[in-house]
Design a protein around this ligand. Structure first.
Ligand code: DAH
Length: 349
């Protein structure tokens, strides 16, 4: 049986524990915490010090039990003070209500635009033939867009290439052909390059026209280059793109920067050359996809390449228009309406 002295001692300790629990629930700031520490642990008048002094009053056989009770209290006080200190130091957390019944947020992965995918497909075919890829500015000078390409001021051929002028001499380029000049100014033959990019014209949108579209220019310059190289390369390219059975025709045409010039048509893949009212080919069964020709000697002179020594051929392909046929799309405008249901279908890989 514990002595009455030990029982009273135990009760006092329990009372301190209750007091500790009640007071620590009230602590909101470091000052109150210090007061609490002082009250319980102060060397002079703290509760623990007083209890330790009382140990002297116990008979030797009860001293260890009483000592353990004081130690247990001391540990509990220290743990509580540490926890309170940590709580006061922690930054206040903003309250965030999470409603677990709401549906999750779905993130969509981006995909390259179909025109970009198709442009890469074309570039890959030319890269496999030893061409390299370059580009040039979308805002061009009158000199590169027209004059160096043999369109003198007021030449009637300029009418077909009307565009937005930024100043009298700066304009949104109407074709990728000016990049031919920029490349030939800094690079001497042999040249074998393709030049993709955005171009602008005063065209009214319809299924096969847009005021902004993409072209891919090609240029080959070397000694002994003939029209046969032009024809062979373009035929190879179009067969790789559309398959061996594709019908192609070369039609004589005019461009100020090539002589002779030809436009290349492919059979209308929209109607299979069967619909006399087809909105794509207008019932002709053919659709023009590129212009081409042998580089005019005057263009070579403009960039200081000797036309007696070198010859070359060039072409400019409408990427969007060709993509329409490759993907079986009936209207070029779909490409730029930004309807994600349309765009996402082209994430082929
Ligand atoms: N630049 C011409 C156009 O936009 C296309 C073209 C024709 C490009 C003949 C060429 C070429 O390089 O040789 O209609």
């Amino acid at each position: 049986m514990p002595s009455p002295n030990l029982r009273t001692f135990q009760n006092t300790i329990d009372a301190y524990k209750t007091k500790l629990a009640e007071q620590s629930a009230q602590i909101q700031d470091p000052k109150a915490l210090d007061e609490l520490r002082h009250q319980f642990l102060s060397r002079k008048r703290g509760y623990v010090t007083i209890l330790l002094e009382e140990l002297k009053t116990f008979a030797p056989e009860e001293k260890p039990t009483a000592g353990q009770l004081v130690n247990a209290l001391k540990n509990e006080i220290q743990e509580r003070l540490e926890a309170l200190e940590a709580r006061l130091k922690a930054p206040a957390k903003p309250k965030r209500e999470i409603d677990l019944t709401l549906p999750g947020e779905k993130r969509y992965r981006g995909v390259p635009h179909p025109i970009r995918l198709f442009q890469r497909e074309i570039e890959d075919i030319f890269l496999s033939m030893g061409f390299s890829v370059e580009d040039g500015p979308e805002i061009e000078t009158d000199y590169y867009n027209f004059e160096a390409l043999n369109f003198p001021p007021h030449h009637p051929a300029r009418d077909d290439w009307d565009t937005l002028y930024i100043t009298d001499k700066l304009l949104l380029r109407t074709h990728t052909s000016p990049v031919q000049i920029r490349v030939m100014e800094k690079q001497k033959p042999p040249i074998r390059i393709v030049l993709p990019g955005k171009v602008f014209r005063r065209d009214v949108p319809d299924p096969t026209h847009l005021p902004m579209f993409f072209q891919l220019e090609g240029l080959v310059v070397d000694e002994g280059i003939t029209f046969a190289h032009l024809k062979g390369t373009l035929e190879f390219f179009l067969k790789r793109l559309f398959g061996d059975k594709i019908k192609i025709r070369f039609r004589p045409s005019f461009f100020p920067f090539t002589e002779p010039s030809a436009e290349v048509d492919i059979e209308c893949l929209a109607c299979g050359a069967k619909d006399p009212e087809c909105r794509i080919c207008g019932g002709t069964g053919w659709k023009e996809i590129l212009g081409s020709g042998m580089v005019d000697p005057q263009v070579f002179k403009n960039v200081n390449i000797d036309p007696e020594k070198y010859s070359g051929w060039a072409f400019g392909l409408g990427i969007d228009r060709t993509a329409m046929f490759a993907y079986g799309i009936s209207d070029m405008r779909y490409f730029f309406e930004n309807d994600l249901r349309f765009i996402r279908q082209f994430d082929l890989k």
